[in-house]
Every structure is written in C-alpha cells, then in structure tokens.
Write a protein that binds this ligand. Structure first.
Ligand code: GDP
Ligand code: MG
Length: 168
C-alpha cells in the first residue's frame, strides 16, 4: 500500500495549547512550559485509519501567531487543519472565525476540526457550551472538547481529520 502523508496545521491564538497538543500527540508528553525545539518545523506520527497507513505531519508555529507573513508560509500546502480555542480565554474563542478565514484564503476548503482545549479547567470556563456548539454548527465543523493535559480526546481529533482526508 502507498503511504498517505498529510500536512496538518494547528491554528489559534497564542497560549491555547497548540504546541502542547502537537507534543502530546507525537511524543506522548505534557509539560507546563514547553519550548519549541529550534530548527524543527513539524512533528509526525503514523497511524492506521481504515486499514491505510497515514503519516500526519503536525506543523507548529514559533508563537508568532500575530505575524501574517509567517503564518502564510506555515499554511502553504496544508491538507488538514485544527482550529483551537481555550476554555479559559474568551478572545481565543472569538478569534476562531478569522483564523478559519486566514487558512481558507491560503489553502481553500480543507478538512478542518474545531477544538475547545483545557476542559480540565471547565470550572473556570468563560464560554458556554451552547456558544461553542453554536459556533461549530455555524462553521459546519466537527467539534471536540479536549484536554491536552489530561490526554482527553487528542487522538480522536487527529483520527477524525485523517479519516475525513481519506474520504475527500
Ligand atoms: P500555544 O501558544 O497555543 O502553542 O500554547 P502552549 O502549548 O504553549 O500552551 C500554553 C500553556 O497552556 C502552557 O502552559 C501549557 O502547559 C498549557 N496547556 C496546554 N494544554 C492544556 C490543557 O489541556 N490544560 C491545561 N490546564 N493547560 C494546558
Ligand atoms: Mg506554541
């Protein structure tokens, strides 16, 4: 069988847990103060989806989310996208629509999933469940609540994307 390789971009405001998610998924670790490994553009993980070998390449930004020129290069050739906001950061939730647009402008309509991270902090939530579900519905996106810290639903997010990509 031919192996399928998918470039996945993980997008959202700073500090929502993008780098942590990539680390968790590809290395199986969670650290409170993750520092980007210099010189590494992406981490990868191989999985089997519906009997097919899939190599997911998860691209990380160096925490320069606010610079358009950098994110443009980062999106190039992306085949799937994770849009992330945080349970404890209202701005990150409000910004999802504009992140989705930025990706679309660069690479068009690619398999995309919406993730609410840090649900281990649900007691301190600043986003109502109905709001998050409403956003997912409006944007027509599959929605996952996840905790990278507790390793909740992280695998499911990427399995969904790989599956969606194979079905396209
Ligand atoms: P990025 O800027 O989007 O790449 O975010 P980081 O991955 O650097 O994470 C920002 C902070 O949030 C770090 O201190 C992480 O340890 C923390 N963090 C990431 N995911 C979770 C989570 O699921 N729960 C909690 N409580 N903290 C998290
Ligand atoms: Mg980061």
């Amino acid at each position: 069988d031919m192996e399928v390789a998918i470039k996945v971009v993980v997008v959202g405001n700073g500090a929502v847990g993008k780098s942590s998610m990539i680390q968790r998924y590809c290395k199986g670790i969670f650290t409170r103060d993750y520092k980007k490994t210099i010189g590494v553009d992406f981490l990868e993980r191989q999985i089997i989806v519906n009997g097919e070998d899939v190599r997911l390449m998860l691209w990380d930004t160096a925490g320069q989310e606010e610079f358009d020129a950098i994110t443009k290069a980062y999106y190039r050739g992306a085949q799937a996208c994770v849009l992330v906001f945080s349970t404890t950061d209202r701005d990150s939730f409000e910004a999802i629509g504009s992140w989705k647009e930025k990706v679309e402008v660069e690479v068009g309509d690619i398999p995309t999933v919406l993730v609410q991270n840090k649900i281990d902090l649900l007691d301190d939530t600043v986003i109502k469940n109905e709001e998050a579900e409403g956003l997912a519905k409006r944007l027509k996106l599959r929605f996952y609540r996840a905790s990278v810290k507790e390793d909740l639903n992280v695998n499911e997010v990427f399995k969904y994307l790989a599956d969606k990509y194979l079905q396209r």
